[in-house]
Ligand binder design. Sequence first.
Ligand SMILES: NC(=O)c1ccc[n+]([C@@H]2O[C@H](COP(=O)([O-])OP(=O)(O)OC[C@H]3O[C@@H](n4cnc5c(N)ncnc54)[C@H](OP(=O)(O)O)[C@@H]3O)[C@@H](O)[C@H]2O)c1
Length: 330
Amino acid sequence: MRAVVYDRYGPPDVLRLEEVERPVPKEDEVLVRVHATTVNRSDAHTREANRGGGLAVTLLSRMVSGLRRPRQPILGNEFAGEVVAAGAAVKEFAVGDRVFGWTGLRFGAHAEFMCVRESARITHMPAGMSFEKAAPICDGALSALMCLKQADLRKGRRILIYGASGAIGTAGVQLARYYDADVTAVCSTKNLELVKSLGADRVIDYTQEDFTKNGQTYHVIFDAVGKHSFKRSRDSLEPGGFFLPTDGFENLILALWPSRTGDKRVVFQLPPRLTKQDVLFLKELVEAGKFRPVIDRCYPLEDVIEATRYVETQHKTGNVVMTIDGGQAA
Ligand SMILES: NC(=O)c1ccc[n+]([C@@H]2O[C@H](COP(=O)([O-])OP(=O)(O)OC[C@H]3O[C@@H](n4cnc5c(N)ncnc54)[C@H](OP(=O)(O)O)[C@@H]3O)[C@@H](O)[C@H]2O)c1
């Protein structure tokens, strides 16, 4: 089968399309023919061993992914495709089922075929959805869900979502809306209309206004893009308020050392807890019309380097999809 592989950490050019052996499903696994996948920040961070996070983060990243070289040569953690074979013990899926899901740090989706355990984060695709649209359901939304679950969101609670136009941000706005919170979203001029259409009660253009200077306060500030900080947000938080980061070593320290943050809290879930139940929940939201993954660009698998370079600009809107053989079932 064809797959995008890499055998050393580095820039996007370390990726190459190659013929590799097609995996064979174990008793409890299904073999999925992947029709669509994504390139996201997890792929990019892992491929370069989180070089931008500093020495401690790089070391941690290499301990997880392989100290000298990557143990898993195929990236890609989101997939949508068709079951083409199932192990003898598999009950939930049958050949021909259309499925989607998230493989987390196991990756493997930048390939024509992949094996996934029945009990893993995989489920049937929402009815009537294309592979291209189903592939980006999970990565941003699972991260946003994990963060927001910890913030006691409900009617009457005010949340500010910083970086509301990214993969995590666009999902975060829709999830906060689902929880009935009052949502203020911060993004740049070109994304104001989109973010409003996702359910934000109000939007702030960060190129025109600094939200920390307008005197408004929030019960929750969610930095969905890793470009803000607890320090700069502190005065915009209500007493007892939560700052929810998506990365940053400093945030980890603040989360572990609550006396440093006074009557406000930095909440950072490590290790991440993202479950199959969460994937089922997202599927239900999609089917109920309460969540749609935002797609910016779509590339064929062959253009993985170009797709990756675009993701690494850190200016994509929502998600970047890659299709395999046109993204259609045969
Ligand atoms: N370590 C990992 O493996 C890992 C994995 C996944 C995610 N994460 C973290 O999760 C966070 C978000 O990931 P993501 O995939 O959702 O990001 P993303 O989709 O790449 O976010 C890009 C969006 O952020 C906006 N943006 C860029 N600069 C901004 C700024 N200064 N202020 C506000 N918005 C800005 C961009 O729009 P404009 O350019 O128009 O503003 C763009 O729409 C990051 O902190 C990332 O490091 C880490």
